[in-house]
Design a protein around this ligand. Structure first.
Ligand SMILES: C=C(O[C@@H]1C=C(C(=O)O)C=C[C@H]1O)C(=O)O
Length: 372
């Protein structure tokens, strides 16, 4: 399908106020979309359906599904990125009230950690930017051009809202019994090099995430590999990242794995329940789908035949496989009544300084402000 036809279908769907999701996976050139045929709100509890899932932070709330069976799928296979410079211009002046609230929130978090209520908590805030006259599809195209290494999406449902984002973080990728999970935490501004020094605070908060993932998935896997930890770039920022690959034991379900890992300490804290309770009580706003997860659920993908494979059948046939690829909903925003609500947060440990944590959220907010 041509790029023009692809975006015309999406514009028409949006005009007809029908649900859709359009997305591009990290580093890929093809853009896909699911266009739901009616405006029903579908949910998934078991994660066994085929489609696109959009789940909130609070795992006690329902996950939304755009089911493949009630949607048509369109693909534009060669979107060419138009290279752009990140301008990073501040679109809003510092709101002192918001800053004071966030600093106070971080200080409360540090105190609770010092009182041993939990070890880590991820505290966040929302920031509003006026976007009068902006077309969300144009903002989506800006995201595609700015963030080629992120999972970029725009999701609309009349009963859910309009969300856009460019996330650097994978929650889980599953193909058959094989899966991989990402541990991503620690943040610095990108200054032209990946050769950066990390403080103990950042190393510790990222290690919390890695250890949590390994400990919690151990009973469900019979093979586990942990990569070296490396520095990776995400827009105007760099993070620490470790990849964990594993093989699920027979009989373990996706629902089980999701309930163990979501929300991870990269977006919630450690232990999970105590930090989540703190967030729900003190953040003073509803995260909704920010720090939830989203992506393809049990979709059929065609694995490319291995060109070097000895077995002639392996070379001749592309094998259809069931695959799930879920991303954490970070670096995202919701557009409501001509206002972009941008969501940003950061991990707090006993060594956090509230002023630097505020600055970190300001840096993170530029990821979305850059495209408005
Ligand atoms: C919570 C966010 O990001 C998470 C927190 C990070 C941190 O504390 O350094 C880094 C990456 C993400 O795991 C966000 O971007 O809003």
């Amino acid at each position: 399908m041509t790029l023009f036809d692809f975006f015309t279908c999406i514009e028409t769907q949006y005009k007809n106020t029908l649900p859709f999701v359009v997305y591009r996976k990290p580093g890929e050139s093809s853009i896909s979309a699911l266009l739901q045929e009616d405006d029903c709100l579908h949910i998934t509890k078991e994660f066994t359906e085929k489609g696109f899932v959009f789940a909130p932070f609070d795992d006690a709330q329902d996950a939304v599904l755009l089911p493949s069976e009630q949607a048509s799928r369109i693909v534009c296979s060669d979107y060419e990125v138009i290279p752009v410079q990140l301008h990073g211009k501040p679109l809003s002046v510092v709101n002192n009230e918001q800053k004071a609230f966030h600093i106070n929130l971080v200080n409360k978090g540090v105190k609770a950690i010092q009182a041993s209520e939990f070890q880590k908590v991820v505290l966040s805030r929302q920031e509003e930017v006026e976007v009068k006259g902006s077309n969300p599809i144009e903002i989506f195209k800006n995201l595609l051009n700015h963030y080629s290494l992120a999972f970029v999406y725009c999701l609309y449902h009349p009963k859910v809202g309009l969300w856009l984002g460019a996330t650097p973080e994978t929650l889980i990728k599953i193909e058959g019994p094989q899966f991989s999970i990402m541990s991503l935490a620690g943040t610095q501004e990108y200054n032209g090099t990946l050769d950066v020094t990390w403080q103990e605070k950042e190393k510790e908060e990222q290690q919390f995430v890695t250890d949590f993932i390994i400990d919690s998935i151990k009973p469900s896997v019979d093979y586990l590999r942990v990569s070296e930890t490396e520095t990776v770039k995400a827009g105007n920022l760099v993070h620490l990242r470790t990849l964990i690959s594993a093989r699920l034991v027979a009989n373990s379900s996706l629902k089980e794995v999701i309930s163990i890992i979501h929300p991870t300490p990269a977006v919630c804290g450690l232990p999970k329940q105590a930090s989540k309770d703190f967030i729900l009580e003190h953040e003073n706003y509803n995260r909704e789908f920010y720090t939830g997860f989203l992506g393809e659920l049990n979709m059929e993908t065609v694995a490319k035949p291995r060109s070097g494979a000895r077995n002639i059948e392996n070379r001749a046939y592309a094998m259809p496989k069931k695959s799930t690829q879920l991303y954490v909903n970070l670096r995202c925003m919701q557009i409501k009544n001509h206002t972009a609500i941008i969501y940003v947060g950061g991990g707090i440990t006993a060594h956090s300084h509230s002023e630097s944590e505020w600055e970190e959220t300001v840096s993170k907010s530029k990821v979305m402000k850059n495209v408005l």
